[in-house]
Structures are given as structure tokens and as C-alpha cells.
Design a protein around this ligand. Structure first.
Ligand code: BAL
Ligand code: ZN
Length: 871
């Protein structure tokens, strides 16, 4: 398959000013009639090339007349019309089979209902079209279906008409007054019920809010509805963005490739991000639902009103919208806790992507299959890039820039350059160098060193930036990096900062702008040797290296005035210690627990002035994938052993204190952030107690499981018990399965726990789970809960030395590819970083990738990931 390049972008030669669509819905044979009002956008004659996949063309006319056979050419994926008048009406009828659509792209059936997913290129699986985001069209959509089976008929915009038809059928007509690209089209038809509410916008307009679900899920919509109203108010208050239609609809479906989709006025959601009751969903689920609802809602401006010119600009809407949803979530709870979670995700998932064969810039320069570029880099690193702009221009400046961006580009399809330009123009700033963040892949490294000069009372920081080469980019130009820092005295107070050449010191922290490969910063009037607090709040997505001693890290853990950096110091301390343990294990020696670390850890546990959520973050050891990133050659077994050893040793050494904190946190009622924080810390204490392999702890966990009235505590207990194989664990897992086997989203938690278990016999376990009546390879959530969890979050067994884990995943990738290439391709990424492992594993992983690439009939999606990985 051929790659598509950003440099080949050319504006569309035709515009579709209006489209009328009429769907005669039938699961096996749906008929789609479309009428396109076309206008040529260039002065010279130009053929019209429409995209289409898996379509049967029934008939076609131009201005009511058939087209001469010589002027119509159908190829794989395209339909070309020659010699069209500059303005004309094209009418077509196509036939599609939604029920046979297992790729879940285009129009398909889920749970007996019709739904669509058109981003990025699913619309071409519905009808022939200019299926590209820079063609913005007014849509009028008529739906016709059997009234009993499909009583609800929805599409984008506002309802214009509805009524009955002969033979038990009915219709609805929807008109969307905002021109939009085809990827934002949606339709839903089915037997659904809705939870309804209202929202009055800041200008006083009334909006009808509806969440559509299957009837048995109607009691799980309250949280989603609350989240929607909060998001709408927050976007008005924070960014002055008001909703623009009379109705906002969300539909939950069980079979969905992504998390959710921001179709104009009609969001279609993976039910995982809608449905929640305290007894069925954990606190993390509640938070995730709130943030995805917010994310899709925020897209109404950052994505829909202003959209992308082409798919290389995907981060224009995704990076910005992730940034907006991160800020929203930060405002609902503790900002530092949100930041910690986001940075953990970035470092454990995006940094590896940026260092591997799939590395690509935030604005990729080429792709074979765009679905493969809905990545951590485009989303999460893209959000970091937006965050850095805010750090550079300040919050008010950022708001000015965003206002200008929306005002200047409303109704347009634009580029990341247009976004940066608006930020520059609104703030009279030059961000030329900053733009490199969009075009250069790889994670920059900051090597920092500090030197105190007592005689001159000065502190000298030298900062060197570098960035390792990535595919197609051997040399990198320096990045424009905001480095937020403070200097702390021995009491933990921030020393006022006066850089050489400045006449006055300023209190607090500073944002230093790094633009060159090397910087030397000399701070004056520094009365004692300071401890620097660097990259505060993770002010840039870089790897920071500073030679802190254990004592300095312990000091920062207890004293840094930046919450994020206090946590970060603990993580760095833990990484240092775990690395030492890993080396011991590799040398055949017993690991030991550093008493200084234990002390610092215990001080945090005992600190009852800190918020429990922050304490829980501080007491959570770095994850295995993050630790793997720090090693030359990844040793999954040694990493796992070291981490388990440390958990057990801390659990044993501090058992009484964990128990005391556990007991003190009895008040865990409520769904507010404070209650969630208490539950988090309490469950963490329980996990350490169980890791210590104490029989009392198992009984405590079982008692918690049995008495839990919420899923967080039930799962907290079960997760803790996963460290203790035996009767109690088996009994509890069996109880959970019996209780929740009819609730697929809850059963996914049970699948996930077992798919990630480190106990022996993982392969049999995975095979058994796949035989469970609740499992289906056709459902993306089930695949993620079992196969995804195994491949991404069970390193010890996935990387089993005999290659059995790789073989299992390879078999499943090939089976899945014939059904759903997008989901299959995601699974392949688990094999892509084979070069990071020892020689034997490298050989086994490479052989699996080669087996995949050689498989006949492979999808573009899987081919691209597997071939690049071998690259
Ligand atoms: N646009 C795809 C789903 C999302 O990022 O909202
Ligand atoms: Zn998005």
C-alpha cells in the first residue's frame, strides 16, 4: 500500500454545497440515496473524484440525466466523473450491508441498532463522496425504517420533520445548519430510550439534552448527564464558548472502536464512557466518563466549528481538545493529581512510542492508514504542546489567542500553523522555533547540572538539550522549551531569583525559555547552596536529567513547594532504588530496601495534612513499563521481581501504619473528589498489606469485597487479592463473575484482572477467558479487556521467554484483522518495540512480525504497523 504525504496536499477542486441523504434502513440491504449540489472550485476543467469503499452503485445521474459511459470510471476506492458542468446536481443510489460491517467503520449494527462511525474515512463506506475534512457541506438527512424495530431515528442538527409511512415504517428528517466535513456525519436508528434534561446557555438559549441508551441501561445515565451540563457551563465560563444547536444528543453503543465521537449535535459513545452507577463503575470510570463527555462536547468548537484541513492536522483538534479536557478535569478536583496522572500516561505510553519505530511528529508527514495515527503523540503530546504555548504566553494571553483563533477561523478547515499564528498575533510573540514541536519527532533530553559558588553567592545552572534521531529525522534542531524552575533553601523556601544582568530579584518560580542547544543560567544573591526544583508541573514533555543525591530527593519529596515536583522526587527516588535492585537481581543477589527511601515513604504516609489523593499518588511506585523505559535492555522479569519485592518489603515494614491509615479512612461515602481520594488511599493501603502476604490482610480484603457498596472498593479488594493466589482469591473472582456476568462493562474488569495477573499459567487463563460466553472477538471492549490487557499490561507473561505470549497475540491479530483492522493494528503495536529486548526475545518478536506481514490479504492498518516495526 502507498503512503500519503503532507507535502502532496492540494485544495479540493470541487465543493459540495449541499447534500440531501435519504436512508432506507435495513440491516442487510440499506439503500442510500444522495443528491450532491456540486460547484467546481477551480477555473479549469477538473474531473470529480469521489471516494467509496464496499459500496454497490445502483444508479447515478447528473442534472437528472444518465452519464455517458466514457465519462464515468469506477476504480478500487474511487469513482471519477469527467466533463461535468461547473455547477451541477449529482444523484446516486448505493446499497450497503450494515450487518456485515464488522470493521465498525461507516454504518453498522450494534446491539440490533444502527449507528455510524465516520472519522476518519468511514463516510466513504456509506456513499460516494468527497470524503476529506476540507470539504464542508450542509447536510439534510432523511431516515426511513421499520417503526417497531427502530422507533428512534436520529441524525445531526435539528429535527425538521417526522411522521409515519405505509407498511409500518416511519421517517425523520434532520437538518444541520452548520456546514461540516463528512467525518462529522452521524445517524442512529434503534430501539432506544433517553434520559432528558435542559441547559440554558449564557445568552439564554434553551438546549434539549438527551442521552440515548438501551432500556436496561437507563439507570446508569445520571453521571453522564451531570458531566455534560458541567462541561457546557465550564466552556462558557473558561473560554466563552457557547453551544449552537437546539439539541445535544449522546448515544451509547456497545460496539465501538474508539472512546467516543464528536459528530455535530449527535455524539456516538462507547458505552464504557457513558454508563455508570456507583455499584457498577469505579471512581476512575466516573472520572474518565466526565472527561470524555467533556472532550467530545469541547470538540463542538475545537474540531467542529473550526476543523482540520487534512488528516495531518489531526492534533489541531485533538491536542487542543485534550488540553481543554485536562484543564476541565483539573478544575473539578486537585490540579496536581490530574497532572500526575496525565504525565504518567505520557511517560509510560507516549515516550515509548516516540522512541520506537512508530515515532512520528505531532503533525505526521506521511501515513498509509490514518486510523493508525490516532496516537498518544497526536493526542497527549499534542496537548503538551498546547500547554507549553499557554506557559509561554500566560493564561490570559492563551485565552486571547484562542478567542482570535475561533473568531478568525470559524467555519473553516485549517492547520496547526493557523493555530500557532493566532497565538502569535494575539500576543505579539514569535513562535517560529516553537513550531518545531509539531514537525520533529522524539523526546528531547535536558541534561542539567548545578554548581554553587559560596564566595560569590551565586548558583550556576547549565542546561543542554538534545533529541535522539527518529525515522527520517537524523538531525534535530533545538526546541523552544519552557523550563519552569525554583531554587529551594534548606528550609524548603523558594529563594528569590535574580539572574545575572537583572537589577531586581523576583519571588517564586520562573519560566526560563530554552531555545539554544546550551544555556548557562547564573543566579545571584543565593545565600546558601540551593536544591533546584526543575521542570515544575512538567512544564515540557522532555526527559530531565539532574544528578540528585538520594538525600536531595528525600528532601524534595518532603519540601518541594510544587505538588507535582514533590511527587516527581519520590518517583525518581524510587526509580533509582529499583534500578539498584534490578541490578542485584540480575547479578543473582538479593535485593534490599533503601532505609532512606523507606523513611521518606513512611513520612508521606504519616502526613495527615496532605490530601489523601496526593498521598496515594506519592506512595504508588513507578509502573513496570516506565521502569522498562529506563533500561538499556528491558528485563521484564527483573523489573517485576524488584517492584514486587519493594511492595512486599514496604508492606511488611510499614504494616501497622498502613493498617492505621486504612482504619482511619472509614468515611468513604460519596462521589466527590475528596471521597474518591480517601478510597484511593485506603485501597492502596490494602494493596500493600496484601502484597506483604499477610493472612489477616487477605481476610480484610475479602471482608471489604463482601461489604463494598461501590465498585471502587470491590475492585480495590479484588485487585489487592490478585497478589495472593489461593482460595480467597478464587472465591471472590467466582463471586464477581456470577454477580456481573450479564453486565459486559463490569465483566471487562474481571477479564482485565485475570489477563494481567502475574501468577503462572497465563496462557491457559487467556484461552479460558476467550471461551467465556461473555467474550467476543468482534467486540472491541472485550478484545481490549483480554488481549489488549495481556499484551500491554502483563509484561512478564506476554514476554515469556519461549515466545508463547507473542504467538498467541499474533494468532489473534490475524484472526481479528479479517474482522476489524483498526483493532487488530492496535494489538500489533505490542510487538513493535522488539529491539528493546534481549536477543532471544528480539528473534521471537521479529518472527511474529514477519509472519504477520507475510499473511495474505492483510489490511493496510496492520501492514503499516507491522512493516514499520520491522523497518
Ligand atoms: N475524534 C475521535 C474521537 C475523539 O478524539 O474525540
Ligand atoms: Zn477528540
Amino acid at each position: 500500500p502507498a503512503a500519503i504525504h503532507l507535502t502532496d496536499y492540494a485544495p479540493p477542486q470541487w465543493r459540495i454545497e449541499h447534500v440531501d441523504l435519504c436512508f432506507q434502513l435495513d440491516p442487510v440491504d440499506t439503500r442510500v440515496r444522495s443528491r450532491l449540489q456540486l460547484r467546481r472550485a477551480v477555473s479549469q476543467e477538473a474531473p470529480l473524484v469521489l471516494q467509496g469503499e464496499e459500496l454497490k452503485l445502483i444508479n447515478l445521474t447528473v442534472d437528472g440525466e444518465p452519464v455517458a459511459p466514457g465519462n464515468l470510471q469506477q476504480d478500487e476506492g474511487s469513482l471519477t466523473l469527467h466533463e461535468l458542468p461547473a455547477q451541477c446536481t449529482l444523484e446516486m443510489e448505493t446499497a450497503i450491508s450494515p450487518e456485515a460491517n464488522t470493521a465498525l467503520s461507516g454504518l453498522y449494527v450494534s446491539g440490533g441498532n444502527f449507528c455510524t462511525q465516520c472519522e476518519a474515512e468511514g463516510f466513504r463506506r456509506i456513499t460516494w463522496f468527497l470524503d476529506r475534512p476540507d470539504v464542508m457541506t450542509l447536510f439534510t438527512v432523511r431516515l426511513e425504517a421499520d417503526k417497531d424495530r427502530f422507533p428512534v431515528l436520529l441524525s445531526n442538527g435539528n429535527l425538521a420533520d417526522a411522521g409515519d409511512l405505509p407498511e409500518g415504517r416511519h421517517y425523520a428528517v434532520w437538518h444541520d445548519p452548520f456546514p461540516k466535513p463528512s467525518y462529522l456525519f452521524a445517524l442512529v436508528a434503534g430501539d432506544l430510550v433517553c434520559q432528558q434534561d435542559r441547559f440554558t446557555t449564557c445568552s439564554g438559549r434553551e438546549v434539549d439534552l438527551r442521552i440515548y441508551v438501551q432500556r436496561h441501561n437507563l439507570d446508569k445515565c445520571d453521571h453522564a448527564m451531570r458531566s455534560l451540563k458541567k462541561s457546557m457551563r465550564w466552556d462558557e465560563d473558561t473560554y466563552g464558548r457557547e453551544y449552537d444547536l437546539d439539541i445535544y444528543m449522546i448515544v451509547a453503543v456497545d460496539d465501538f472502536n474508539m472512546g467516543a465521537m464528536e459528530n455535530k449535535g449527535l455524539n456516538v459513545f462507547n458505552s464504557k464512557y457513558v454508563l455508570a452507577r456507583p455499584d457498577t463503575a469505579t471512581d476512575d470510570d466516573f472520572v474518565a466518563i466526565e472527561s470524555v463527555i467533556a472532550h467530545e462536547y469541547f470538540h463542538n468548537w475545537s474540531g467542529n466549528r473550526v476543523t482540520c484541513r487534512d488528516w495531518f492536522q489531526l492534533s489541531l483538534k485533538e491536542g487542543l481538545t485534550v488540553f481543554r479536557d485536562q484543564e476541565f478535569t483539573a478544575d473539578q478536583s486537585l490540579r496536581a493529581v490530574k497532572r500526575i496522572g496525565d504525565v504518567q500516561r505520557l511517560r509510560s505510553l507516549q515516550f515509548p512510542e516516540d522512541a520506537g519505530p512508530m515515532a512520528h511528529p505531532v503533525r505526521p508527514q506521511s501515513y498509509i492508514e490514518i486510523n493508525n495515527f490516532y496516537t498518544m503523540t497526536v493526542y497527549e503530546k499534542g496537548a503538551e504542546v498546547v500547554r507549553m504555548i499557554q506557559t509561554l504566553v500566560g493564561r490570559e494571553g492563551f485565552r486571547r489567542g484562542l478567542d482570535l483563533y475561533f473568531e478568525r477561523h470559524d467555519g473553516q478547515a485549517v492547520t496547526t500553523d493557523d493555530f500557532v499564528k493566532a497565538m502569535e498575533d494575539a500576543n505579539a510573540r514569535d513562535l517560529r522555533r516553537f513550531r518545531r514541536w509539531y514537525d520533529q519527532a522524539g523526546t528531547p533530553v535536558l541534561d542539567v547540572a548545578g554548581e554553587y559558588d559560596e564566595t560569590n553567592q551565586s548558583y550556576r545552572l547549565t542546561v543542554r538539550q538534545s533529541c535522539p534521531p527518529s525515522q527520517g529525522q537524523s538531525e534535530k534542531l533545538p526546541f523552544h522549551i519552557p523550563l519552569t524552575l525554583a531554587l529551594l533553601d534548606s528550609q524548603g523556601r523558594e529563594i528569590p531569583l535574580r539572574l545575572e544582568g537583572e537589577s531586581q530579584a523576583t519571588p517564586g518560580e520562573r519560566v526560563i525559555e530554552l531555545t539554544a542547544p546550551d544555556h548557562v543560567l547564573v543566579f545571584r544573591d543565593v545565600p546558601e547552596a540551593p536544591v533546584p526544583s526543575l521542570l515544575r508541573g512538567f512544564s515540557a514533555p522532555v526527559k530531565l536529567k539532574f544528578p540528585y543525591t538520594s538525600e536531595e530527593l528525600a528532601f524534595l519529596m518532603g519540601h518541594d513547594t510544587d505538588d507535582f515536583n514533590r511527587w516527581e522526587a519520590g518517583q525518581q527516588f524510587a526509580v533509582q532504588m529499583l534500578q539498584g535492585q534490578i541490578a542485584h537481581i540480575q547479578a543473582g543477589r538479593e535485593p534490599t530496601l533503601d532505609p532512606l527511601f523507606q523513611e521518606a515513604f513512611a513520612r508521606v504516609l504519616d502526613n495527615d495534612t496532605l490530601d489523601p489523593a496526593l498521598v496515594a499518588e506519592a506512595l504508588t511506585l513507578p509502573g513496570e513499563t516506565y521502569l522498562a523505559e529506563q533500561m538499556e535492555v528491558v528485563d521484564v522479569d527483573a523489573i517485576h521481581q524488584a517492584r514486587q519485592f519493594t511492595r512486599r518489603a514496604l508492606g511488611q515494614a510499614l504494616a501497622a501504619r498502613f493498617r492505621a491509615v486504612y482504619d482511619a479512612l472509614q468515611d468513604t461515602q460519596g462521589m466527590d473528589a475528596a471521597a474518591m481520594g480517601r478510597r484511593r488511599l485506603r485501597n492502596l493501603c490494602l494493596a500493600y498489606l496484601c502484597a506483604a502476604e499477610d493472612a489477616n490482610a487477605q481476610a480484610l480484603a475479602e471482608a471489604q469485597y463482601q461489604s463494598a457498596d461501590n465498585m471502587t472498593d470491590a475492585m480495590g479488594a479484588l485487585r489487592a487479592l490478585m497478589d495472593c493466589p489461593g482460595e480467597i482469591q478464587e472465591r471472590s473472582l467466582a463471586h464477581f463473575e456470577a454477580r456481573w456476568r450479564e453486565e459486559p462493562l463490569v465483566l471487562d474488569k474481571w477479564f482485565g484482572l485475570q489477563a494481567t495477573a502475574s501468577a503462572p499459567g497465563a496462557l491457559d487463563r487467556i484461552r479460558r477467558l476467550m471461551q467465556h460466553p461473555g467474550f467476543s472477538i468482534r467486540n472491541p471492549n472485550r478484545v481490549r479487556a483480554v488481549l489488549g490487557a495481556f499484551a500491554m499490561a502483563n509484561p512478564v507473561h506476554f514476554h515469556a521467554a519461549d515466545g508463547s505470549g507473542y504467538e498467541l497475540i499474533t494468532d489473534q491479530v490475524l484472526e481479528l484483522d479479517a474482522l476489524n483492522p483498526q483493532i487488530a493494528a492496535r494489538l500489533v503495536t505490542s510487538l513493535s518495540r522488539w529491539k528493546r529486548f534481549d536477543e532471544q526475545r528480539q528473534g521471537l518478536m521479529r518472527a511474529c512480525l514477519e509472519r504477520i506481514v507475510a499473511h495474505p490479504g492483510l489490511s493496510r492498518d496492520v501492514y503499516e504497523i507491522a512493516s514499520r516495526s520491522l523497518g
